[in-house]
Design a protein around this ligand. Structure first.
Ligand code: FES
Length: 157
């Protein structure tokens, strides 16, 4: 791992160096530095998904940068060199058909704690597939509470 890396969060560049230990997660960096407090922290072991963000990463197979939803609690921040991270604060999706509005209109927000993560998961899926997702892709990306799945399925072709 590099001793200093640069990543972009919501369009702004950040350098991360020796002020953080090698085991610092992306989630800890985002929250401790107050870059994103909308990115939540819960189980810290990849089980709940509350910490999900979108990461645009170079993909060698397609020779392009593509978006993935990642659990920021499991990802060491020093792995993120050159990555473009989008969190709920940087989401450019505010219209009536936005993911947050859709989630709310299907009563999929529950207590709201995991809503940001659910939104970022869908944001990554739509971005990866250039806005054209299938029911199967949405079903593969979500499990659990039915209204959340129904809200996200409403984006499928
Ligand atoms: Fe639960 Fe990251 S905090 S998966």
């Amino acid at each position: 791992l590099a001793s200093e890396i640069t990543l972009t969060v919501n369009g702004k560049k950040y350098k991360v160096g020796s002020e953080y230990s090698a085991s610092t997660s992306l989630n800890t960096f985002l929250r401790q530095s107050r870059v994103s407090v909308g990115t939540k922290h819960m189980c810290n072991e990849g089980g709940c998904g509350a910490c999900m963000v979108t990461a645009k990463i170079y993909e060698p197979i397609s020779d392009s940068r593509r978006s993935y939803a990642i659990n920021s609690c499991l990802c060491p921040v020093f792995m993120c060199d050159g990555w473009e991270i989008t969190t709920i604060e940087g989401l450019d999706d505010k219209g009536n058909n936005s993911i947050p509005k859709r989630l709310a209109s299907y009563n999929g927000s529950q207590c709201g704690f995991c809503s940001c993560a659910n939104v970022m998961n869908m944001h990554a899926l739509l971005d990866y597939h250039a806005g054209a997702v299938t029911m199967k892709q949405v079903e593969d990306a979500y499990d659990g509470y039915r209204p959340i799945l129904d809200a996200m399925k409403s984006f499928a072709l």
